[in-house]
Design a protein around this ligand. Structure first.
Ligand SMILES: [Zn+2]
Length: 360
């Protein structure tokens, strides 16, 4: 009996010490996680994963360092329950304080339920709303961004912090975006994830209307690209249309492969037709990589020709002298863009014998 009392006398002070440590660590972790929740969901997810490791570490140390592990095991569930209640209360206190600090002008509404300012993408999707706070608290986070324990979390998450940083740089940035768009350029590029139009061209939000598809093709039966050209020319009145391909294009490479590619066949057929049109030149190039690169350039040139064949471009050019079509090719090796120096006027004159659609 005396041994049990001695054992308890040794274990209980240690257990109490670890209780305080666990309680404090949990409370601190919860406060940090909720603080991140107020500003950055991605950081909150990371914090949730990392901040609770200290709690587990303390618990494990408590068990390992106690001589009478059996006695400790009997006490730990009680202490854990007490710690959880204490941590929850402490965390709630922290959250209340943090929320009141975060939204000093809205004492009746907890700041952690206030929707953050929309990021650039959401503003661009609703250009005419004219309001920064377009999402109501009841619908935040949007359904497509809600996560469940069963689903893997997407790495892409809302970035309200980016919006806040942008506002600091330019307080009028979102107001200007909300006013509408008047881009100077139409960009037709490849869907390849390595060539984001804005990054390789230096264009910013509002400067380019963008269409991308596999191998940056302009196909006259593709209602998508035809609608984009029509809208960009007739409604947005873009001044330049840039068709930008890239060396190492998987679409062009696939088209050079004599193989049945299923649903891709009709799409890639357009590139195979380019090869047929320039068969003599391409076949004279012995080096396969060089031949492949040349096909990329010829395909871009051909897509420029397809743009110029459209009625919208021809009629606008006849009336306004714009848009002017350009052909570019981006290189991964050096990050540079090669201008194919398409002569819009000459190309237009060369196709108008057959494709003249100037008359409405
Ligand atoms: Zn490509």
């Amino acid at each position: 009996m005396s041994e049990e009392i001695q054992s308890a006398a040794t274990v209980i002070p240690q257990a109490l010490m670890y209780t305080i440590l666990i309680n404090g660590t949990l409370a601190f972790a919860m406060a940090v996680v909720f603080l991140f929740c107020l500003t950055d969901l991605e950081a909150a997810a990371a914090a949730t994963e990392t901040m609770f490791y200290p709690c587990l570490y303390v618990l494990q140390t408590a068990v390992n360092s106690t001589k009478d592990a059996v006695a400790m095991a009997g006490i730990i569930p009680i202490l854990a329950a007490a710690s959880s209640i204490g941590a929850t209360c402490s965390g709630a206190g922290w959250v209340t304080v943090l929320c009141s600090l975060h939204a000093p002008n809205e004492p009746s509404t907890p700041a952690c339920k206030t929707p953050p300012s929309p990021n650039i993408a959401s503003v661009a999707a609703t250009p005419t709303t004219g309001s920064a706070a377009t999402t109501s608290p009841a619908t935040w986070p949007p359904r497509h961004l809600q996560v469940s324990a069963a689903d893997p979390r997407p790495r892409v998450r809302p970035q309200p912090r980016l919006a806040a940083e942008q506002k600091l740089k330019d307080p009028e940035f979102f107001t200007k975006l909300s006013a509408g768009q008047s881009p100077e350029y139409l960009w037709i590029g490849c869907s390849d994830s390595r060539i984001p139009a804005e990054q390789i061209s230096g264009l910013g939000p509002g400067e380019a209307f963008i269409h991308r598809n596999i191998a940056n093709l302009v196909v006259n039966t593709d209602l998508n690209v035809m609608s984009v050209i029509e809208y960009a020319v007739c409604h947005l009145h873009v001044k330049h249309i840039i068709v930008c391909g890239h060396y190492g294009c998987g679409g062009v490479k696939a088209a050079m492969t004599p193989k049945d590619l299923g649903l891709l066949n009709p799409w890639l057929r357009n590139i195979r037709d380019v090869y047929r049109l320039h068969e003599k030149e391409l076949d004279s190039i012995k080096d396969e990589a060089a031949r492949y690169n040349r096909l990329v350039e010829l395909s871009v040139t051909e897509q420029c020709r397809n743009v110029i064949k459209t009625a919208a471009v021809q009629q606008s050019y006849a009336k306004n002298q714009y848009p002017v079509v350009h052909g570019w090719v981006f290189g991964f090796q050096d990050g540079l863009i090669k201008d194919l120096k398409i002569n819009h006027k000459e190309m237009l004159e060369s196709i108008q014998k057959i494709y003249n659609l100037t008359e409405g």
